[in-house]
Design a protein around this ligand. Structure first.
Ligand code: PEP
Ligand code: MG
Length: 868
């Protein structure tokens, strides 16, 4: 096997073997750019090293020696030579870029002899000793794991003793002494002299880069970015060029376009007389690339030419590292530049307009989840650099929020009325907190997962939320948060980032990311290519309108219970629940009917001809009642009933497993009058809207069907009620009646159910809960560990488990279509806005996906990508 490639033997399509950096160095060599030459040791060699008990096999060593000899020959220099020594850099190069995660060693090849050779060839003694001490420092840190501070202490001592401020003030004599002290540290730590043999230096460095594949930060980075642990890294050995050889030398980094805005203008910085790490270390302030035009006009022109060549060659924005050595330009690296969502959109739209890529390519290049950034305010990256993190929870609903913390919904409402910005902080939220959630800038909870109440409701509202932040001890009674040894009291500021789950102390500045016109153009292309519909989960006209702005093509789920928590209505809801006799219940329902009718009327108006899927009441009734003693007392007084009677009813309704309890269609079976009231309200709302000339398409959805017999009982009740209203009003409209498919038994018997249902909507939240047997409200406690230990690849409440839960969906699709070929199919669980799940739905041939308003553009893009 060939394990080592010279740069001129590879090309850009060999990433998986040569790594990104190696493949691009090869490609740049091929297109004639000035690249310092070298060779790449393949990722296969890295994997072989791991398979071979952390040893590099003879065969590979021989190939390295061969390429090294060839490089020495070409360069006319030799490693360790006393006259004209070859120096090389050793750098990692993974298949997918992992910036800063793995190791680099520069100036390799220096020793007590070759340092003289370097002096001779460069005529620069100070530079030569400075290079030597840098090499000892980097080699010791990276290859031998000697703590960095030991070396830094020495440098600091020299600076202090001599009254220097910068490393650049160290004299040649200082550097000579430093080299000796560094070698002393090495010997004390390792028990051997610093290796003088350059080949030994090289082999130890190559091994170190192989090992750095599995350093903790690389492992974490791969987990966060979904990179396979088995890919391994390549190692690039490249002859050194020096940007620190005087005023005619320098080094820098540039992007072919602005990575935050996408503006088509070279963007970057450089330092004269400096080596690569000086730019990063921030010791001196680099200059903008523009001024290179004045400093070195010819080099500037040559560089601009090279950047243009690279951009048109790769047909994407490039991030390029360069070095100027004594008036000669070298390109050290190029890669596709990392960019913000805004820049990403602007770049692809520009590239399509310039005829460089097709619309399809543009669409495939945007990561759907990245669009989130365009739809929510975010923290100012500058402010974040100095912000203090205090905890991390789940990124439950994206965006950024800053506010004073309050622990009770009423307090939030009150302080917001006073014009303050407020965060609602709770152990976990419950439906009673809804008004506090609406008023707050953002929501922070200590418990609960990605589909907890706080998370679902916040996403629906497009409100920033960090949930399940277990490091926080939220003491609602004492009105304070304890985290570590710190106490945050009511009224103090926190800042939360719902896109990362991070919690910061104090108030962090925000930027409002404006949506550039190119975003709209891009989304038009998305819609040209997309052929699966995207709807939204919305419970009120405001959210529905927002979703339509974002491109929703209907409502896929209106959770009617969310309409029940309103301050004005909740008394009637409670009276309905507490009614002992049917008559009392009907009287309470009569009070609710007009509210619901108005809600539905508003929704039909907002949808203006698009379909609206309205689901009948789903949650267990006890969710609408208070549970603690003071609230029970207060409610009893308000309702004019005995506290003991109220308590008894609360206890009656309590369940051990409410999620498996008296909820969903089971409520409609035992209290048909609730179902009837809602069906009537839907019909009346539709009639009101239709009378104003609005086209209405109600889809009435029964939740939590487990057997067809439930639907057989309920469907006629719904139809009779709606038909009665239609006849009474004389206004005609079409409507359909269907069901959620969210219980495994419903999937298995979907052929029977389809005979009675006009449509299915997959409730993958409950289907995941019941399919796995994981409580959606409690699973947060162990799911992280499941993912960490590799038992599950992803949190199945976030990303649909295609192998298991997906099979249920697939089966239900097949069975449903076997008895009703044209049955309308959709999904309304949280997965409806998650790109890989959207793609899965497309493959199964669903008619639509439905997601919260702020995810609609993401789902549109994911759906378009699925078709390409
Ligand atoms: C579901 O279960 O997937 C669903 C959409 O319903 P809910 O989240 O309201 O239970
Ligand atoms: Mg459900």
């Amino acid at each position: 096997t060939k394990f080592v490639y010279s740069f001129n033997e590879g090309n850009k399509d060999m990433r998986s073997l040569l790594g990104g950096k190696g493949a691009n160095l090869a490609e740049m060599t091929n297109i004639g750019l000035p690249v310092p030459q070298g060779f790449t040791i393949t990722t296969e060699a890295c994997n072989d090293y791991y398979a071979n008990d952390l040893k590099i096999r003879e065969e590979i060593i021989n190939q390295i020696d061969e390429k090294l000899a060839q490089l020495e020959e070409e360069q006319g220099k030799k490693l360790g030579c006393e006259k004209n020594p070859l120096l090389v850099s050793v750098r990692s190069g993974a298949v997918f870029s992992m910036p800063g995660m793995m190791d680099t060693i520069l100036n390799l090849g220096l020793n007590d002899i070759s340092v003289n050779g370097l002096i001779e060839s460069t005529k620069n003694e100070r530079f030569s000793y400075d290079s030597y001490r840098r090499f000892i420092q980097m080699f010791s840190d990276v290859a031998m794991e000697i703590p960095k501070y030991k070396f830094e202490n020495v440098l600091d001592k020299f600076k202090e003793v001599n009254g220097y401020q910068y490393d650049t003030e160290l004299t040649t004599e200082d550097l000579k002494k430093i080299v000796e002290e560094f070698k002393g540290i090495y010997k004390a730590e390792i028990g051997e002299d610093f290796p003088q043999d350059p080949r030994k230096q090289l082999m130890l460095s190559i091994e170190a880069v192989f090992r750095s594949w599995n350093n903790p930060r690389a492992i974490v980075y791969r987990r966060l970015n979904d990179i396979d642990n088995n890919l391994g890294t390549a190692v690039n050995i490249q002859s050194m060029v020096f940007g620190n050889m005087g005023e005619d030398s320098g080094t820098g980094v540039a992007f072919t376009r602005n990575p935050s805005t996408g503006e088509n203008k070279l963007f970057g910085e450089y330092l004269i007389n400096a080596q690569g790490e000086d730019v990063v270390a921030g010791i001196r302030t680099p200059q903008s690339i523009d001024t290179l035009k004045n400093d070195m006009p010819e080099i500037y022109d040559e560089f601009v030419q090279a950047t243009q060549t690279l951009e048109s060659h790769y047909r994407d924005m490039q991030d390029i590292e360069f070095t100027i050595e004594k008036g000669k330009l070298y390109i050290l690296q190029t890669r596709n530049g990392k960019r913000t969502a805004k820049a990403a959109i602007n770049v692809v739209v520009d590239l399509v307009k310039a005829g460089m890529i097709s619309k399809e390519e543009a669409i495939l290049r945007i990561e759907p989840n990245q669009l989130d950034q365009l739809l929510h305010p975010t923290f100012d990256p500058k402010a974040l650099k100095t912000a203090e993190k205090i905890a991390k929870g789940l990124p439950a609903s994206p965006g950024a929020a800053v506010g004073k913390v309050y622990f009770h919904a009423e307090d939030v409402v009150e302080h917001v009325k006073n014009g303050e910005k407020v965060l609602l902080v709770r152990q976990e939220t419950s439906p009673e907190d809804i008004e506090g959630m609406v008023s707050a800038e953002g929501i922070l909870t200590a418990r609960g997962g990605m589909t907890s109440h706080a998370a679902v409701v916040a996403r629906g509202m497009g409100k920033c939320c960090v949930a399940g932040c277990g490091q926080l001890r939220v003491d609602e009674a004492a009105r304070e948060i304890r985290v570590g040894d710190r106490i945050i009291k009511e009224g103090q500021y926190l800042s939360i980032d719902g896109s990362s789950g991070t919690v910061y102390i104090g108030s962090v500045d925000m930027t409002n990311v404006e949506v550039h016109g190119n975003f709209a153009i891009f989304m038009e292309w998305v819609d040209e290519i997309r052929d699966m519909m995207v709807r939204t989960n919305a419970d009120n006209p405001r959210d529905a309108r927002k979703a339509i702005e974002f491109g929703a093509e209907g409502i896929g789920l209106c959770r009617t219970e969310h309409m029940f928590f309103d301050e004005e209505r909740i008394p009637a809801v409670r009276r309905m629940i507490l009614a002992e006799e049917v008559e009392d219940r009907i009287a309470a329902l009569d009070k609710l009917l007009p509210y619901q009718r108005d809600d539905f009327y508003g929704i039909f108006k907002a949808m203006d001809g698009m379909p609206a899927n309205i689901r009948l009441l789903d949650p267990p009734l006890h969710e609408f009642l208070p549970h603690d003693e003071p609230s029970i007392q207060a409610l009893a007084k308000q309702m004019n009933i005995k506290p003991s009677d109220l308590k008894k009813r609360v206890v009656d309704l309590e369940e051990f497993n409410p999620m498996l309890g008296h909820r969903g269609c089971r409520l409609a079976v035992t209290y048909p009058e609730i179902c009837e009231m809602q069906a009537r309200a839907i019909a009346q709302g539709a009639i009101l809207a239709a009378k104003e000339g609005v086209e209405v398409h109600p889809e009435i959805m029964v939740p939590l069907i487990g057997t067809v017999n439930e639907l057989k009982l309920l469907r006629p009740l719904i139809e009779n009620t709606v038909n009665e209203e239609i006849e009474k009003s004389g206004v005609k409209f079409e409507y359909t009646v269907g069901t959620m498919i969210e219980i495994p038994r419903a999937c298995v018997t979907a052929d029977e159910i389809a005979e009675v249902a006009d449509f299915f909507s997959f409730g993958t939240n409950d289907l995941t809960q019941m399919g796995f047997g994981y409580s959606r409200d409690d699973a947060g406690k162990f799911l992280d560990e499941y993912v960490e230990k590799g038992i599950l690849e992803k949190d199945p409440f976030q990303v649909l488990d295609q192998d298991g839960i997906g099979k249920f969906v697939e089966m239900a699709v097949k069975l449903g279509r076997s008895t009703k070929p044209n049955i309308k199919l959709g999904i309304c669980g949280e997965h409806g806005g998650e790109p890989s799940s959207v793609e899965f739905c497309y493959r199964l041939g669903l008619n639509y996906v439905s997601c919260s308003p702020f995810r609609v553009p993401i789902a549109r893009l994911a759906a378009a990508q699925a078709t390409i």
